[in-house]
Design a protein around this ligand. Structure first.
Ligand SMILES: [Zn+2]
Length: 295
């Protein structure tokens, strides 16, 4: 039923990537560089040598009809129908060696980015806001509402914020000895308030330009998607988008609103996106490298 049709906009690098079907000509290429990757799955029961690299993988027999590979944060898992021999599984792994090693390496890079993106919640820490860092300042006396937050460069609008010199300061109404979780909670609510306000504004702007009606806009905290839209006009946007440049926020807003006209990713859909955001491809870039941060 159309009213329940929903299209989700997943993170470019989700928690796991399934391999294309294991058939057709072999596309094995050597990996770009032997960087550390999750080459041993915690539930590994078998191993295989792929282009000289030992990979330990979780192996499972399943009801599926074909051999399946998934590379996730923990490493490689393989499932195969009961009637497929181990020799055939091995051959399929060799056939997909290039893809598997590439995905393992990407997962390794992703977890390193996650590590380095981890925020230490303390006075002086920097957190991302609209594509640039803001520095936290614990300042119980300087912020009127206890547990409130106030961005020094906030007046003058977003354009001025984006161009302001130096690192803007986010004052938090917290004592100097506030606990890390308390600091994180205050920043999370501030991020979410800014997200609500900005997304509302951008949705209104682009809904008008696209001639669509948003029945309901809500924030999501989904771990795997940036946004979604249903055919009856309910749009959900991940509040963590507030960490990205405005052009990227606009891209996701327009992407979801365009679904209210085209519930698919056909060329007609991309024409709708392009009609209001000609440079949408550049605006997508930050999402491709993104890891959800701020926990
Ligand atoms: Zn979409």
């Amino acid at each position: 039923m159309a009213a329940f049709e929903q299209l989700a906009f997943g993170f470019e690098e989700g928690p796991g990537t399934a391999a294309p079907a294991a058939s057709g000509p072999a596309a094995a290429q050597p990996p770009a560089a032997p960087t550390p990757a999750p080459v041993s799955h915690p539930q590994a029961s078998r191993d295989v040598l792929l282009v000289g690299q030992r990979v330990r993988y979780a192996f499972r027999r399943g009801k599926r009809r074909t051999i399946g590979f998934v590379v996730g944060p923990e490493g490689l898992s393989v499932s195969a129908p009961r009637w497929v021999g181990l020799g055939e599984v091995e051959a399929a792994l060799q056939e997909k060696a290039g893809w598997i090693l590439r995905k393992l390496q990407e997962q390794g890079e992703r977890s390193r980015r996650l590590q380095s993106a981890r925020i230490v919640w303390a006075d002086g820490a920097c957190v991302p806001y609209l594509g640039r860092p803001v520095q936290l300042k614990l300042d119980a006396a300087g912020v009127s509402a206890p547990g409130g937050a106030c961005l020094d460069a906030a007046d003058g609008g977003l354009e001025r914020y984006a161009k302001a010199a130096g690192t803007p300061v986010l004052r938090l109404g917290l004592p100097a000895d506030a606990q890390a979780e308390r600091i994180r909670d205050v920043v999370h609510s501030w991020w979410q308030r800014q997200a609500k306000r900005l997304f509302d504004e951008r949705c209104q702007l682009y809904a008008q330009r696209l001639g669509v009606r948003v029945k309901r806009l809500s924030l999501s905290a989904a771990q795997t998607r940036w946004g979604s839209a249903t055919a009856d006009g309910a749009v959900r946007l991940n509040w963590r988008l507030i960490q990205f440049p405005l052009s990227t926020v606009d891209y996701v807003v327009v992407h979801e609103l365009a679904h209210l006209r085209e519930m698919n990713h056909s060329p007609a859909f991309w024409d709708v996106v392009r009609s209001v955001l000609p440079a949408y491809e550049q605006a997508q870039e930050p999402l491709k490298q993104a890891v959800p941060i701020g926990d």
